[in-house]
Design a protein around this ligand. Structure first.
Ligand SMILES: [Zn+2]
Length: 273
């Protein structure tokens, strides 16, 4: 990823997607907003207890920063599931200004319509962006431990294939900032679920030699899920930024003990070729 600085709010872009001039893509930081305290400062989540007017103001700041009108954003109410919405141009603005119009109970969205900015939010969970330069289709996915183990990224890819005729080998996938193996201490429910889903947890759950606690590797797991779904290894970018370690730049639910803001990742097709 590379950091884009401006006088609004700094944001990152993924290297693996940056050569495609027909799309815009970004990952936000927590800087440049107007929220205070635990939500300081660019909190983008209406689902938090932050002042909704400040969140809306933050979204306008983001829209200006990435130069995409807020009315072109599409946002869903994320529930740690594997539902994927196929977004059409009639749906632009859904969830952008108020939570009431957000796509319900959906953690991933895909589209081939231009000027539709798919936007997912996170605070430790994994935001993923997808682009198929052949069929000109995009996807965005939010995957916490549950969505990762239930293979929400794989469901996103399958939906791109079914809806737009994408081939997995053509798709580029970017794994955004999220809590790393270094900081993601987990309980037995995660181990049990991972074992049920993957059979083995040898390369994804590690025991710390000092505190003997289990730690979950969301990054490797998502990479494995993407490769299993047919994505080419060289088409995968891992941001490799731990939100817990980098809590001054990103919101981290674990670091802030649940009371924190949301950053996000977005992608939009600018022109149809
Ligand atoms: Zn960390």
């Amino acid at each position: 990823m590379q950091l884009i600085k401006n006088d609004k709010s700094p944001y990152f872009i993924f290297d693996c997607l940056s050569d495609f001039t027909e799309i815009k893509q970004f990952v936000t930081t927590r800087h440049g907003g107007v929220s205070n305290g635990a939500y300081s400062s660019l909190n983008l989540g209406f689902g938090t207890d932050d002042d909704k007017l400040l969140v809306l103001q933050n979204r306008h700041i983001l829209a200006q920063s990435v130069n995409i009108p807020l009315e072109n954003f599409v946002i869903s109410n994320q529930v740690h599931g594997t539902n994927v919405a196929v977004v059409t141009s009639e749906m632009i603005g859904n969830g952008a200004f108020t939570r009431d119009t957000a796509i319900s109970e959906t953690d991933a969205m895909v589209t081939n319509a231009p000027n539709v900015c798919l936007f997912v939010m996170s605070a430790d969970c994994v935001p993923l962006l997808f682009y198929d330069p052949v069929k000109k289709a995009i996807g965005a996915c939010h995957a916490g431990w549950k969505g990762t183990i239930d293979k929400a990224p794989s469901a996103t890819i399958k939906t791109m294939c079914n809806a737009f005729g994408s081939r997995p080998s053509d798709i580029f996938a970017a794994i955004g900032p999220s809590i790393g193996l270094c900081c993601y201490n987990i309980g037995s429910e995660v181990i049990d679920s991972a074992l049920r889903s993957f059979g083995s947890t040898d390369d994804i759950i590690k025991f710390d030699i000092f505190n003997r606690q289990p730690y979950f590797d969301l990054w490797t797991t998502n990479k494995n899920v993407l490769i299993e779904a047919g994505i080419t290894k060289s088409h995968i970018e891992l941001a490799g930024l731990c939100t817990h370690c980098n809590n001054t730049d990103f919101f981290s639910s674990r670091y802030d003990k649940g009371i924190t803001g949301r950053f996000g990742a977005g992608i939009m097709i600018v022109v149809r070729q």
